[in-house]
Ligand binder design. Structure first.
Ligand code: GLU
Length: 533
């Protein structure tokens, strides 16, 4: 028999496999996230997992993780482990999946990694072949191209189906001959649905749509012996008892096929909810976020730039249901899971990843965070992404570093801006350009004004010689001195700021003096003044 010819090593039957996967309680709703470890973790995988989590949490249902690693050519080493770690950072805890210590499976619907389930898929493939619902196809690349050319010429649908699939009608002897010639083959579905018929598909997000039935003999198992996503997800979602599949829009076109596969097995299909692609706006206009060209498609981008996890979650929640934003304003301290999300109301038009908005809100998270907590977060960030800078700042007193963090709270939008806004606190001072010091807009039209400004400031610092207790104290002292010297505030503060930070942009002069302390400020001002003599 054909099935024994193709799968002589498979002894088990679908019934014996199904018996190992106990049916879940009828009322249990089971959702899952099933990423493929072929690249970095996409932001929409987190988005999708949040949708699952929201549904699961709301109803005390089951939420599991399955790793879909059937595309071994594109697989990236350690990606699955990284995915698990990232989901944990987002507090997306799974009830089941490879999520125990050392990525061991939790719960008894295992294995939750598709590459470990090849045997199971083969058992079902063998059975489908036995029942005539699938068949081996030995068409070569050239033959497929010829078929395509014929179909194009006769203006019919392109692909392998019905009369355009010679191996659909092959005898067992034809198969034996091809096998003896060592020809490679795939296993195709023998679709019984019709090109002319329509099917009503139900989708929780997109609502009901009438579309064409699947009629294509799609590949269930590749020539490598590895199943395609279509087939693997069918078997897995059935055995694992998935009742709700939330996945991205790209799979919507395959829904008629998936419904045919479930009906062919006499299994009840899960409910589907396809969410709209995340989009961004750039010079090309509004377009789908691309995993190839957009840095912000990668979840780690947000970590590298340091956006707070709390805010990324809120940001995505708002993409899920736009009314979240108002709710958040009224409930700043509640978990996003307390919001009454509605799948039917998932944002269809505005699934926009708006980095400007993200920056704006992230900066307010930073501004309002307790300085000690912010400092701890900064240190963990540097440990991961900029050890060199961490080594530099670690050589300075804690109090000094915290003063800087406190000052920069209102200036930075994310941690990757910390270094560019703080390096002048840690480096040996440099001499600013004369063009920077002389600034006609601020009525500093000659180097003599600069000199006078630095001299009166030095005078003030030397006569004080104990540190200021607050920025206000620095301010009062400077204002007094400036009035006494009959100068304008900016005529003094601009040169002092430039002499202390040698940069066009930095915190103001008073803040710089307060942070650097009197001694270091004096040294820096003296150094600059010397060069001006
Ligand atoms: N592995 C598929 C993907 O990453 C999962 C689709 C699904 O959730 O069924 O697109």
């Amino acid at each position: 028999m054909l099935e024994n010819l193709l799968f002589p090593e498979i002894k088990e039957t679908p019934e014996s496999i199904i018996a190992k996967y106990p049916r879940r309680e009828k009322w249990t709703v089971v959702t899952r996230i099933a990423p493929s470890p072929t690249w970095f973790l996409h932001i929409w995988a987190v988005y999708s997992a949040m949708l699952d989590k929201i549904i699961a949490h709301k109803n005390a249902w089951v939420f599991f993780l399955r790793i879909e690693d059937t595309d071994q050519k594109r697989e990236v080493e350690w990606a699955s482990e990284k995915f698990v770690d990232i989901f944990k950072i987002f507090w997306l805890n799974f009830d089941e999946g490879p999520v125990w210590e050392n990525y061991i499976d939790v719960w008894n619907y295992w294995p939750y990694t598709q590459s470990k389930r090849e045997y199971i898929y083969k058992v079902f493939l063998k059975d489908l072949i036995k029942k005539g619902l699938a068949y081996p196809c030995f068409l070569t690349e050239d033959e497929l191209n010829e078929t395509r050319a014929i179909q194009e010429a006769s203006k019919v649908a392109i692909w392998v189906y019905k009369e355009y699939s010679p191996w659909r009608y092959a005898s067992i002897d034809d198969v034996k001959k091809a096998l003896s010639e060592n020809k490679s083959f795939v296993i195709r579905l023998r679709s019984s649905w019709e090109i002319t018929k329509k099917i009503d598909v139900k989708d929780i997000i997109k609502w009901n749509i009438t579309t064409q039935e699947n009629f294509l003999d799609i590949v269930l198992c590749k020539a490598t012996g590895i199943p395609t996503y279509h087939f693997a997800h069918l078997i897995d979602d059935y055995l694992m008892g998935t009742t709700l599949v939330i996945r991205w829009d790209e799979w919507f076109a395959s829904l008629p096929l998936h419904l045919e596969l479930f009906s062919m097995m006499w299994w009840e299909a899960p409910q589907y909810a396809h969410y709209w692609p995340l989009v961004k706006i750039d010079w090309e206009g509004k377009r789908k976020l691309s995993k190839r060209k957009d840095l912000e498609a990668d979840v780690e981008f947000y970590f590298r730039e340091w956006y707070t996890v709390e805010w990324i979650i809120d940001f995505l929640s708002n993409i899920i249901n736009s009314s979240f934003e108002d709710w958040r304003k009224q409930n700043p301290h509640l978990s996003y899971l307390d919001f009454d999300f509605k799948l039917e109301k998932v944002n269809t038009a505005g699934a926009l990843v708006d980095i400007d908005k993200l920056n704006w809100v992230n900066s307010s998270v930073i501004k309002n965070m307790d300085t000690d907590l912010l400092y701890d977060k900064l240190i963990s960030y540097l440990e991961k992404y900029d050890n060199e800078y961490l080594n530099i700042i670690s050589k300075f007193p804690l109090e000094y570093n915290k003063k800087i963090v406190n000052e920069l709270k209102t200036k930075i939008r994310k941690f990757n801006e910390f270094k560019e806004n703080s390096f002048f606190f840690y480096e040996d001072s440099k001499l600013p350009n004369e063009e920077l010091l002389v600034n006609t807009k601020m009525k500093i039209d000659s180097i003599d004004v600069v000199k006078k400004a630095l001299e009166i400031s030095l005078d003030l610092l030397i006569s004080k010689w104990v540190d200021f207790q607050s920025i206000d104290e620095v301010k009062t002292a400077f204002v007094e001195k400036i009035i006494e010297a009959e100068m304008k505030n900016w005529q003094v503060l601009w040169p002092v700021r430039c002499a202390l930070s040698w940069e066009e942009f930095s915190p103001g002069a008073l803040e710089m003096v307060y942070i650097l302390w009197v001694k270091e400020s004096t040294i820096r001002l003296q150094k600059v003044l010397k060069t001006l003599k």
